[in-house]
Design a binder for this molecule. Structure first.
Ligand SMILES: Nc1ncnc2c1ncn2[C@@H]1O[C@H](COP(=O)(O)OP(=O)(O)OP(=O)(O)O)[C@@H](O)[C@H]1O
Length: 254
């Protein structure tokens, strides 16, 4: 096992009933790496995410975060160990201000570690931390607005801010640019690049422009198996990948 690996999947398997959806996945993601998982619809990408975050127990194999086996841990425990996943926009409280949304997620992330009175004395720290996150996600000017009035791309940015709020160093994003225009996509890609600086990123994304622009390495998942892992140019050139998936996806882009 490499000491630098942030996340390690070892012979990971998941069946639903008799159907095996994840069929023996081995993958090592280095600390500081930006890794994209791509593959056709139904390949098992979301299932793989749910295994990593502890939402589903694996049928076989292991997930390690910074070397530690996650078997039997609940999602919130894994979260406290530094792994955070973006949820969909429904995770945002639309009537609460943008600032309060970030502040609440900070409170949630730290809440169990501070008593109430400690928390009061820490509230200035919290405000500062929330403002620092708003700055990072370019929403300082929207601070007092109800989150529900933000544009779609801004809501996704807020969502990313909430994901970062607990100080996680391994960030998982599920289709961060889904449903966005070209300019919104560019905006979010820049933002993701910025906020994941010195962190580990694992994302599922269908937009090949985003994947090739952002990822240091790519894994291609087909029917629950990784058929290729490598740098973008290696994956693009891999005949197995072209046959299974990428050829068709790239053609569809033109
Ligand atoms: N809880 C579940 N129970 C039974 N089958 C499931 C469950 N979750 C997913 N599946 C099945 O697992 C397969 C893989 O689904 P999954 O959502 O992981 O694929 P995906 O690669 O994320 O697809 P997409 O790109 O369309 O989001 C599908 O055939 C799906 O029906």
């Amino acid at each position: 096992m490499s000491a630098a690996a942030a996340l390690q999947l070892e012979g990971l398997r998941k069946s639903f009933g008799k159907t095996e959806i994840i069929r023996g996945v081995d993958l090592s993601i280095a600390k500081g790496e930006r890794h994209a998982v791509i593959g056709p619809n139904g390949a098992g990408k979301s299932t793989l995410f749910n295994l990593i975050t502890g939402r589903f127990p694996p049928t076989g194999g292991k997930v390690r975060l910074h070397g530690q086996d996650l078997a039997g841990l609940a999602p919130f425990q894994i979260n406290r160990m530094g792994l955070s996943r973006s949820f969909q926009i429904t995770n945002i409280f639309p009537k609460m201000s943008v600032f309060e949304n970030v502040r609440c997620s900070l409170l949630w992330a730290k809440g169990y570690r501070y008593s109430f009175w400690n928390m009061v004395s820490k509230s200035r720290d919290l405000t500062q931390a929330a403002d620092a996150i708003l700055e990072q996600i370019n929403l300082t000017e929207r601070r007092e607005l109800p989150a529900g009035v933000l544009s779609y791309a801004e809501q996704r940015a807020l969502e990313i801010g909430i994901t970062m709020a607990g100080g996680a160093d391994v960030i998982m994003l599920d289709e961060p640019t889904a449903g966005m225009s070209h300019s919104e996509t560019d905006y979010i890609v820049d933002l993701i690049r910025q906020v994941t600086e010195n962190k580990t990123l694992i994302m599922v994304e269908h937009d090949m422009g985003v994947v090739f622009g952002l990822a240091d390495r790519i894994s291609v998942l087909v029917y629950g198996e990784i058929v290729a892992t490598g740098r973008p140019e290696e994956v693009r050139a891999n005949p197995k990948v072209q046959e299974a998936y990428l050829g068709a996806a790239l053609e569809a882009e033109h």
